[in-house]
Structures are given as C-alpha cells and as structure tokens.
Design a protein around this ligand. Sequence first.
Ligand code: ADP
Ligand code: MG
Length: 711
Amino acid sequence: MNDSAPPLTLRDLAGIGVERLKGVGDKKLASLHEVGVHHVLDLLTTYPRRWVDRTNECRVSDLVPGQEALVLVAVRSVSKRMGRNRRSIVEAVVGDGSGRFHLVFFNQPWREKQFREGLQVALFGKPEVYRGGLQMTNPIVDLIGDRTGKIVPIYPQSEKASLSTWEIAGWVEDALRKCEPRSIADPLPADVVRRLGMVTRHEALKSIHLPETYTEKEVARRRLAFDELLRVQTVLVMRKRALEREAKGIRHQVQGELVGRLRSALPYELTGAQQRAIGEIEADLAGPHPMHRLLQGDVGAGKTLVAVSAMLTAVQGGHQGALMAPTEVLAEQHAAGVRRLLEGVTVPDPGNLFGDRPLRVELLTNRVSGADRRDVLAGLADGTVDIAIGTHALIQEGVQFHSLGMVVVDEQHRFGVEQRAALRAKGDGDFVPDVLVMTATPIPRTAAMTVYGDLDVSVLDELPPGRTPIVTKWANGPLMEQGAWATVREQVAQGRQAYVVCPLIEESEKLEVASAQETFERLVHDDLEGLRLALLHGRMPSSEKESVMDAFRRGDIDVLVATTVIEVGVDVPNATVMVILDADRFGIAQLHQLRGRVGRGAHESTCWLVTQEVEDHNPRVQALVDSTDGFALAEVDLELRGEGTLMNTAQKGRSDLKLASLRRDRELVELAREVAFELVDPDPLLDDHPLLLDELRLLFTDDDEAFLFKN
Ligand code: ADP
Ligand code: MG
C-alpha cells in the first residue's frame, strides 16, 4: 500500500471483499456471506454486542452463592449425558487462577461442542451451593476464545454459520491494521468534528472494536451513531429543500372571508393548539413554497377542523381542496362531518344570479359509480366541486382537478410516500398543491424528526374542553369479562351507548367477519340479552353500514358490535363504554385509537380491555390502563417495540441504524438534524462535501432518494 494514497472511503471499504483478510478461506467466506458480511465495510460495521472488561469482572473466589455475577473463566473439562425424559445434560468445570466451579446446562446439547477445553468464556449467572461446591445452571455465555487485551469485544456470533466472536474479532483487527497506512476518511469537516467534541471516524472505528477503556468505547459509539443519524437527516433535509426549491407553490389568500365565516359559525371556541396549528399552516400557505406539513394530534384533538380550515383557505382563493382517507368508511364519515361543518357556506360565483353558490363537497371512492361518478369527475375538472373527499380513488388516473390547491392526507400511517407524491402530481403542472398530513398516532419528537424528517410538524397537544377522562380497566380472563358487560348494561340503563370491538384477525377479513358475527350472536343471546345490538363490519354493503351508523348516532342502537372499521373517525358523544375483545391482539397505538371513540362527551367513559388468558403481566394493556396520554403511550410503544418497525417505513436496506437509537440518542438526533441543515443550506447538492454525498449514494439505494443522484 501507498502512504500517499488518499484515505479509504466507505465506498473503498465496500469494494474490498472479506476474503482478502487473514484466515478467511472458502469455508469461512461462505459463513460470513451467510450472515450478510461481504466486504470490509460490512465487517467493520458489525459492531460488538457488548464488551467484557477483564480487569473488572469478578474472580471465582469472589463468587457469592445466590448472587448474580459475571465471571471470566477458562473451560477445564466438559461432558454430556442423558437425564430423565431424555433431556440432555451438559456439565462443565470452569475456573480461573483463584478457583473453579461447575456448570450445568439442561437441554442445550450443543454446549458440549462449544465448550472446548481451554476456551475462555464470560459467564453471567447465579452460583448456588451444590454438593459442597458452587454451581451455575444455564448461565448466559459469551465466548471469548483466546483474545487478549484488557477489554474484549463480543460479536454477534452465529452457531449456524459457525462463526465465533474471536474469529470475527481477529478479522476486524486485521482489517483495521490494513486500513492503517491510508487511514479511514472522515466525511465531516474537521472543524465540525472538533466543535462537537467528537473523535474522527477512523479513531471511532478503532475504538469501538478495540477500546482501551469503556469511556473510549462510548466516545466511539457516539461518533458512529452520530454518523448514522447524520446520513438519515442529510437525506431528509436534502429532500425537503429539493421539494421547496423545485416546486412552485400557490400563494394562497389567507385573509379571505370563508375561513372567518367558518369560525364564526362554530358553536365552540378553537383550542389554543388549533389556533396555533391553523396559524402555522396559514403562514405556509401564504408563502411561495408548497407546504409539506405533518399535523399530529391525539384522538379527539380536533384535527378535522384544522384540515377543513386549510382546505377552505385554498377554496377562498379559487382553488380546490382534497381530503384523502385510508378507508371508504372513513372517507364517508369525513364527507358527512365536513358537510355538516360547512353547511350554508357559499362561494363567490359571478356566473350566478345571486353572485354566489353553495360550497360543494363531494365524495369520491370506488363505490361512487355510474352517473354519480361522472358528475363528480366533471365537477372536479371544471372546478365546481370545491372540496373532494375520498380514498385512493382520488389519485387514480382519470381524476382531474381544475385547480387542486390543498391536499389533506388523513392517518398517514397507512399511506406511503408514493401516494403522497401521486396526489401532489394532481396539481395543474404550474404549481404543486400544499400538503397537510394528519396523524393521530403520536410520535415522539425525535422519531418524528427521523421518520417524517422532510415534513414540518404542527402538534395539537390540547384537547377541546369539557372532555372527561376515560377510565380504562383490564378484564384479565373470562371471569373479569363479566365486569365489562355489567358496565355496558349499567350505562345503557342510563341512556348511554357502547361499542364492542371484535377480535382482530390480521390474516383474513373473512375470518374476522365470522368471528364478529359469532360475538354478536353470543352477546345478543347471552351477556347483553335484551339490549338493542347491531353489527358493523367491513364486508357489509356501504348503504347498510351507513344506516347502522346513522341508527347508532340517533341513539336507536344501544350497542354497536364492530370490527376495527370503527377505529378512526366515528364520533358519537353519547357512547361511553368501549369493550375491546382480545385486546392483546392490538398494538398500543391501535388500542389508543379505538379507545378514543369514547370520552367524547360530558359523561364519564370507560374502556374495558378484555384478554382471554389470565396473565400476570401484559405491558401493552397495562400501559393503556396507566395512561390516556397519546404521547406518553407512543414512548412506551417505542420502548417495547424498539425502533425497527418505525424505521422500516422511512428507509430501507443498508441504511438501517445499527448503533443509534431514536430512543436513547435523542440529543444526537437533534444534533444531527442541526448539522444536516448547516451542511445542506449553503450547499444544497453537497458539492463541498463529496465524501458525505458519496456515502449517501452508497447506503441509500431507494428510488425515493432520486434527488441524490440528480445533478
Ligand atoms: P380528531 O380527528 O383529532 O380525532 P375530531 O376532529 O374528530 O378529532 O374532533 C373531535 C370532536 O371534537 C368533534 O366532535 C369536534 O366537533 C369536536 N371539536 C373540535 N374542535 C373543538 C373545539 N375547539 N371545542 C370543542 N369541540 C371541538
Ligand atoms: Mg379524525
């Protein structure tokens, strides 16, 4: 290698196959490929799972019976036998300079092969006195092999691919040694690295694999995690700026009459949060760039009104608004709700005898057909439909708008980036419509920054006044389920209404409907005998659905037994009980959504979460019992599920966060976002940061990042 060659970039490292490393023959190469490690970059970003500090672990002579401890020992001997019930028992003797003790593994026959004599292992477990000596049963084992050094990295190993942590450590060490002469390039300007108090990329890569101290490893992790987050943020910021740059927006007329009329017609005052959100939206709408904003608000926070206000802003300047919902039921409900809000509102129409005409709101879903459909399509094309509400049908080919100015997408979590893009493309070519994305799934701020990092965010963090908090109870098993039905009967006796949500069956709507019908029959004939029940599910014709919903709204039905079609949007303030069956099949966010259907009026509401099996502990159900705050629940959700699921929708493939955690590394996320703006704003195509740009191109292969490849 040549000392004057430039430092190695990630692309360089991705171009060096692992077969070039010492000790990687055909067999090991196959094993590495099996675990997805093909080149040196893959290997160097295979980070240790943990680190064992030899100087700090306990010695055998320090072990105390009954107290969990970590010890570092060598294997002295191992043997296997069959116990009763043909269960395998592997026994080993392990020790260090200070003493020895016994290990027993039940049902882990492979331990016999794994525990070679002389092998170093780190064990975590609880020693007990057995036959006069100490013994650990089924401890947690980390193989260390024959690594030396004070702090030993433990890599994710694969029994199946037969890769041991010390083999991986050896190759990593060899790779790092080979990188040394040219060193590893740093995409961050040196002054930024210094200002952030970070170490260089090369330094960090060395220290994460071969730290001298724990602090060194932490400092390394911080830098490498920052790099991961910076890449994501840079892509998002570039996308955001590219959209702003390339798309001409409409300068909407925000001081018009329509919005004012809507407000003065409302039977209530806007909440402070609604006012703030509407203000933020209007500021965007008045500006030259198309808006691209996320409206986050807990269930019942009053997002619809904010959306309608935004659409009216477009209408009052002579443009059209569209609201896209994820399901037909929801679109239908939105249409009904928006019509109610806008009843009696007129728009100027010089061609009309009176100088104005009623504002026209139309529904467009796949169920609207024949002459009705032709009529709506014609109205969209000639501009006589002011507000269109619908499903994906709105963005199908053949749907043309006269002048689409404002697009609201409800319940983002079911819409992809592609759909948003398609709807934007419905603008008339000269300008791009403004987009407001609404979600009732509260996302912690840092996660929002990452998942929706190309959007600006408005938050409705305040519920309209007069809501009474919902009491949530867990019916843990069949006996307690009776409590739920008692609440329903009690409330109905007082003139209130109830929802029963049937078990979710993800695999098949048909099964779900069948189970809903079964639940319905059972309740009619047994637990809720004598009450007026109705069934609502996704396979019913929409006219039937509508008449059931209408009857429920009128109060002609006491109990609505439904599948999750009622998840979003249904608004019946007199409903005060919700019973969710098989609640453990739902996620936290979904349970929270469902629960939001009650607690909408002045009466105290109850939500019963029913689980079939009696359980000691169910963290998701417990979270709902403990809190009605959507943001707090979102944090718990993130905690329980990890961020993997969140990230999947936002980015794919190799750009996954390996070290960074949206949960633990909040401060780093914010820092990365700041730095991304700092780099991108003066240099939108990253001409001055070719290394960083190259990394993005290497690691983000999604079509969605097309703008990275422009130029
Ligand atoms: P979200 O879509 O955020 O879940 P909605 O827009 O459906 O909430 O509003 C929930 C309910 O609150 C509706 O009945 C709506 O009429 C009512 N509402 C909205 N804003 C206010 C307000 N400022 N004061 C009182 N009630 C409101
Ligand atoms: Mg809503």
